[in-house]
Design a protein around this ligand. Sequence first.
Ligand SMILES: [Zn+2]
Length: 185
Amino acid sequence: MDSSGYRSDGVGLAVAIVNAVYGAEADVDDGVLLEQTMQEYGVMSRALTGREKAGLRGWAGHLHNVFSADSADDAAHLLNQLLDVVVTHPYITDHDGKLHLHYAPAEADPLHRVQASTAMGLAIVLCDYGMARLGVCRATDCECVYVDVSRNAQRRFCSESCANRTNVAAFRARAKSTAAAGATS
Ligand SMILES: [Zn+2]
């Protein structure tokens, strides 16, 4: 994995924003998770306004559609629509000690910066890897997304807890059907 897109904050931010809105702990009403995410990724440190929260939720919905696209062509089409409405202004910065790209001016409003960096980050991953690295968790009742950075691109779950929950359920289902088969034979 040596794509700059992979390590870019935009990709991690895209996953974090979507999961703040779609995750099991998503607080759709007060947006605390969204505020934490914005702080964690250094986008902003003040409280979000209602308009900003609504904007981020809407954007998270668009990003989720990219992660759940049926094909790379569909994802590309969706991302092109997003890139079409977001004005990007790429420049190189080393504010954290290492040269990297930002896609919107530092003085742009937070929503604009999130839109520019997440759309560009996902576009770069899509161009480099197709849909192989973008996914939606396969666990029942989980809508979280992930970017697969594993060596063999075999990831299927957003988290260890979803993987464990699914494995335990599958194990129980197998044990039950084995017991049922035993009872009838
Ligand atoms: Zn999950």
